[in-house]
Design a protein around this ligand. Structure first.
Ligand SMILES: Cc1cc2nc3c(=O)[nH]c(=O)nc-3n(C[C@H](O)[C@H](O)[C@H](O)COP(=O)(O)O)c2cc1C
Ligand code: SF4
Ligand code: SF4
Length: 258
């Protein structure tokens, strides 16, 4: 069973490649996390899978995204005791393997390793996303790494990080990052908003309500960048930081937003 969380499509693209090798189903964590929040009932889930569990998601602050980790911690995973991780990242996965190993230990699962694939940077609330052509090059370089990860999982082999191994210093930054950086107060809309409602629909945290004057952010943001990157009218800004920056999004066919 492949759990997939994705803000701007990179990890979904990765999950689809892995699924081709493992011939396994993809479970959309964006939808499940969102419906847990909407139901507000604690969101306890039970899954059963004869095949290994695989998490495919982006790297946030050199770790597994907090919303994803919290979701997995409240899941009961029956069947296979093997757990693989594939993290997409803009540069490196830092302390994510250590975090994944700890998660497995706490859940009494067998940690089968973490594979990393560098994909286009999407964090435009802090950095720039690459140009269309640069992103195209990055995506085509990532494909062999993702195929190798898929092949290894299908063969039951452990995964080894492809880049910088776990760094304890980086793992210490996670609480600070969520407390001080992951805020939605800077999101705002320009006059270009057409009230189409896409931002509200794609938010995995159910954090956007379309009011009379446009989207309103509710304070539960996880900075996935889906709203700002997918708005068809480019009507969302993150204060001044996002002004003039390219909005990056990769669709299910592996095509970038122009
Ligand atoms: C909140 C946030 C934090 C990020 N932190 C990191 C990081 O620590 N290291 C890194 O290499 N990339 C980081 N990135 C970049 C993403 O991990 C990368 O672009 C990823 O492929 C996006 O996947 P997605 O399209 O499936 O959402 C971050 C992106 C976001 C939005
Ligand atoms: S996606 Fe963009 S245009 Fe559509 S409602 Fe949201 S801000 Fe407005
Ligand atoms: S408000 Fe935007 S950035 Fe925050 S979680 Fe929702 S879609 Fe992602």
């Amino acid at each position: 069973m492949i759990f997939c969380f994705s803000g701007t499509g990179n990890s979904r693209y990765a999950a689809r490649i892995i699924a081709q090798y493992t011939e396994d189903e993809i479970v959309d964590l964006n939808e499940l996390i969102r419906s847990d929040i909407e139901r507000n009932d604690g969101g306890i889930h039970g899954f059963a899978s004869a095949k290994p569990y695989v998490l495919v998601c982006p790297t946030y602050c050199w770790n597994i995204p907090l919303a994803v980790e919290e979701f997995l911690r409240r899941c009961d995973l029956a069947g296979s005791d093997k757990f693989y991780f594939c993290l997409t990242c803009g540069s490196d996965t830092g302390a994510a393997a250590k975090g994944a190993e700890k998660l497995c230990k706490d859940k009494k699962m067998r940690f089968m390793g973490l594979g990393a694939a560098r994909m286009p940077e999407n964090y435009i609330a802090m950095f720039d996303s690459p140009s269309y052509d640069d992103a195209k090059g990055i995506i085509s370089c990532a494909r062999p790494a993702l195929e190798s990860i898929g092949r290894k999982i299908a063969q039951g082999q452990p995964l080894v990080e492809l880049d910088i191994p776990g760094s304890p210093a980086k793992s210490k930054l996670k609480p600070f990052f969520y407390k001080h950086s992951v805020k939605d107060k800077k999101f705002e809309t320009t006059g270009a908003c057409t009230m189409c409602g896409l931002c509200e629909k794609v938010c995995p945290m159910a954090n956007i309500v379309l009011g009379d004057k446009g989207p309103e952010w509710q304070g539960r943001c996880t900075h996935c960048m889906a709203c700002i990157s997918r708005c068809p009218a480019n009507a969302i800004e993150y204060g001044k930081i996002s002004l003039g920056k390219r909005r990056y999004f990769l669709n299910d066919n592996g095509e970038q937003r122009r």
